[in-house]
Design a protein around this ligand. Structure first.
Ligand code: ADP
Ligand code: MG
Length: 288
C-alpha cells in the first residue's frame, strides 16, 4: 500500500464524518471480523429518562427521589443525570462514584447509596423482597433499575429508560452484510442488555461486565483468534478501545475514549463505522 493512496482514503473519511488517527489504521480496519459494541451511549442514545419511582414500605416517593437525587447530582453518569434532573436537592458530602456500580454520599444525616442491588448488599444494607420484585419488574421491561437505600436498608427503586439510536439497527444489519459478527458489551444487567440487543438485531450479549473487565473481554476474543473492533463512548471503554485491533470512539463521547481510539465517528452514529470499513476495503483494493 502506498502512503499517498492511504492518505486519499483518510481525506474521504473526513468527508464521511470519520476522523482517522493515521493512514495505517485503514489496514487494521480491513481485517476486522468481530465488532464489540458498548451499549449505553453507543448503541443507545445514552440520554436516559426516569420513568418509574417505586418506594419500599415506610418510604415516600418524594423522600426516595430527594435523597437518591442528592447523591446522583454529584455524578456525571447518564443514569445520574436522569435521576437528578431538574430537582433542587440537599447538599451531599463525602461523595464517592463507584465505577460501574453506583454512587454513595452523605445527605443530611444519612449515608445514601444508589446503584446496582449488589452495591447495596456489599455495603451491608438489606434488600427487602418487595424491592427485589420492583427491580425484576423494571428489568423485564428493558429498563435499568437503580436501587437507593440508607440507614441499613434499600428504600426503593428508580427505573431509568434509554432508547436505541435511530440508525443502530440498520448499522448492525450492514455490519453483518460485511461479514462481521456484532457483540453487545455492557456493565448493565443481562435482562436489559438482551432487550436492547433484540431491538438492535444483535444475537451475542456480554453483560454485567465491570469497567475494568471490558478490556479482558476484548483480550479473550483476540485470544480466540478474532480481529476485534470495539466501539464505545465512555471513560470506562477507554482501555478496551486501546486494546482492540480497531478502536472506534463516538465523537459525542468522553475525551479519553477518543484519545484511546483509532477512528472517531464524529456524529456518534454507528453507520459511520460501516462507512469506515467499506472505505478501507475500497481504498486498499485500489492500491493493490
Ligand atoms: P455501560 O457499560 O452500559 O456504559 P456502566 O459501566 O457505566 O454501563 O454502568 C453499569 C451499571 O452500574 C449501570 O447499569 C448501573 O446499574 C450502575 N451505575 C453506574 N453509574 C451509576 C450511577 N451514577 N448511579 C446509579 N447506578 C450507576
Ligand atoms: Mg457507554
Amino acid at each position: 500500500a502506498t502512503p499517498t493512496a492511504l492518505l486519499v482514503g483518510t481525506g474521504r473519511g473526513a468527508q464521511l464524518g470519520i476522523l482517522i488517527k493515521g493512514p495505517e489504521v485503514l489496514e487494521s480496519t480491513r481485517r476486522v471480523d468481530t465488532v464489540v459494541l458498548d451499549k449505553t451511549g453507543t448503541v443507545t442514545t445514552g440520554r436516559m429518562s426516569l420513568v418509574d419511582v417505586t418506594p419500599a414500605e415506610g418510604t415516600t416517593a418524594e423522600e426516595l427521589l430527594r435523597l437518591a437525587g442528592a447523591v446522583e447530582a454529584a455524578s456525571e453518569h447518564p443514569i445520574a443525570r436522569a435521576i437528578a434532573r431538574g430537582g433542587d436537592f440537599p447538599p451531599v458530602s463525602d461523595f464517592a462514584g463507584l465505577e460501574g456500580l453506583g454512587v454513595r454520599g452523605r445527605v443530611e444525616d444519612h449515608e445514601v447509596y444508589a446503584g446496582r442491588p449488589a452495591l447495596l448488599r456489599d455495603a451491608g444494607l438489606t434488600v427487602p423482597a418487595e424491592v427485589g420484585r420492583a427491580v425484576e419488574a423494571a428489568e423485564a421491561q428493558g429498563r435499568t433499575a437503580i436501587v437507593a437505600g440508607w440507614d441499613g436498608a434499600a428504600r426503593g427503586v428508580l427505573a431509568v429508560a434509554d432508547t436505541i439510536k435511530p440508525t443502530s439497527r440498520d448499522a448492525v444489519a450492514a455490519l453483518r452484510r460485511l461479514g462481521l459478527t456484532p457483540v453487545l458489551l455492557t456493565g448493565d444487567n443481562e435482562t436489559v442488555a438482551r432487550a436492547v440487543a433484540a431491538e438492535a438485531g444483535i444475537d451475542e450479549v456480554i453483560a454485567g461486565v465491570l469497567p475494568a473487565g471490558k478490556v479482558d473481554v476484548v483480550k479473550r476474543l483476540q485470544a480466540d483468534g478474532k480481529v476485534v473492533a470495539m466501539a464505545g463512548d465512555g471513560v470506562n471503554d477507554a482501555a478496551a478501545l486501546a486494546q482492540a485491533d480497531l478502536g472506534l470512539a463516538m465523537g459525542t463521547g468522553a475525551d479519553v475514549a477518543i484519545e484511546a481510539s483509532d477512528l472517531t465517528l464524529v456524529r456518534g452514529d454507528l453507520m459511520a463505522a460501516v462507512d469506515a470499513i467499506r472505505l478501507s476495503r475500497r481504498t486498499l483494493r485500489i492500491i493493490k
